[in-house]
Design a protein around this ligand. Structure first.
Ligand code: SF4
Length: 390
């Protein structure tokens, strides 16, 4: 166990020279994928050791980039970074409500690797690989599962052609989410080629590129990567910060490079028990994101993915937290709280109802109309009447 080494790129447990540390391909190649590599970095609990042993033979695989591992606390198992990336034997537990495919993506597959759950948008799954496998992943049933031949190698342009053809034949689909796995792991040339195909389908008005690389592999955001993303004229990058500890000089530089290249960056966080389910952490996260010019877009209730029950909070927790957040930060830093309904029935935005009571317009006196009045609860808990125009 080598816990005394400072977590600095120049002297990491992997002894990577700075130049290599900043190279995303080196980071991807040197991802921690074995129990021994984890143990060289972290003082693992018995639950983490058993969880890792399990992940090496079944379920969601193990992969942690050296960069993301460097953010984790070597000794504290409650560290929000290590909880997100180190397997735990609790993944072997199934609780009521758990589903293998919580968003019903398989039944909504309209072409190979293309999922359509809404009339106007579709999800294109271009790879099954990620730099870090997040232990709460909604697509844990499929990410990292294929052999190299069945995985990213199979999703070359030829294998995606039926999906492109479907989009050509269905002009009602105007919004395509390029996801996976993490499409940020693809080469610049492959990213550009996929986006050029989509740019040539005129009915696709904009593309959302979903990647966690600014968080888990910020070295990936190179000038070539930004250039490749610009292969579609209207591209929004969706990323996934869950905790303020993930906002580092490296991730900040990655987001700055994207925004400075003209690419809007939005964030979808997942509400995770023991990681970010308290108001101070969420406030710090949302403020930090706006500071680095990333718009907090969604706070997602954790999907009921089989084996992730230990991460899930009751719905009421999210409602209460969001009510507190509303009063603490400006609207630009307040995401929508979203439940993606189990079974693939679509997202529902929810919040605590601020309406205390409502009275309809009335004509108590002849010729006199009393306007309708709504009593609202403010973030301070005051009850204030809003009177409709007569
Ligand atoms: S990066 Fe996204 S797809 Fe990959 S494991 Fe994490 S949540 Fe799942």
């Amino acid at each position: 166990m080598n816990l005394s080494l400072p977590l600095h790129p120049a002297n990491t447990p992997l002894d990577a020279p700075n130049q290599q540390w900043g190279d995303w391909k080196w980071q991807a190649r040197h991802a921690l994928t074995t129990l021994k590599q984890l143990q060289e970095r972290f003082q693992l609990t018995p639950e983490e050791v058993r969880g890792t042993a399990r992940a090496l033979v079944q379920g969601l695989p193990l992969s942690v980039t050296p960069y993301y591992a460097s953010l984790g606390d070597p000794v504290d198992p409650h560290c929000p970074i290590r909880q997100q990336c180190i397997p735990n034997i609790l993944e072997d537990t199934e609780i009521p409500g758990d589903l293998q495919d919580p968003l019903g993506e398989e039944k909504h597959e309209v072409a190979p690797h293309l999922v359509q759950r809404y009339p106007d948008r579709a999800l294109l799954l271009v790879t099954d690989r990620c730099g870090v496998y997040c232990r709460f992943c909604t697509r844990s049933r499929m990410v990292g599962q294929g052999t190299p031949e069945q995985g990213p190698g199979a999703r070359n342009l030829k294998s995606l052609e039926p999906a492109f053809q479907y989009l050509r034949n269905h002009p009602e689909v105007q919004d395509v989410i390029v996801s996976g796995g993490d499409p940020g792991l693809l080469s610049d040339a492959r990213i550009a080629a996929v986006l050029e195909q989509l740019a040539n389908i005129k009915s696709v008005q904009w593309v959302r590129f979903a990647t966690r690389t600014p968080v888990t592999l910020p070295q990936r955001v190179t000038p070539g990567f930004c250039q490749a993303l610009r292969s579609h004229p209207s591209l929004w990058l969706m990323t996934h910060f869950n905790h303020p500890k993930e906002i580092t000089p490296e991730s900040e530089a990655a987001c700055a490079a994207l925004v400075n290249a003209g690419i809007p960056v939005m964030n979808q966080s997942v509400l995770l028990r023991g990681i970010n389910d308290d108001v101070a952490t969420l406030e710090s996260l949302f403020r930090g994101l706006v500071r680095i010019r990333v718009r907090p877009y969604y706070l997602l209730q954790a999907d009921p993915v089989r084996g992730t029950g230990h991460f899930r909070t009751p719905l009421q927790t999210g409602l209460d937290l969001m009510a507190q957040i509303q009063g603490r930060v400006s609207g630009i830093a307040v995401p929508k709280f979203i439940v993606d309904t189990p079974g693939g029935h679509g997202k529902v935005a929810i919040q605590k109802d601020p309406v205390i009571s409502r009275t309809a317009p009335s004509m108590d006196l002849p010729g006199t109309t009393m306007p309708g009045t709504t009593t609202l609860r403010t973030f301070r808990g005051e009850h204030v009447d809003y009177v409709d125009p007569a």
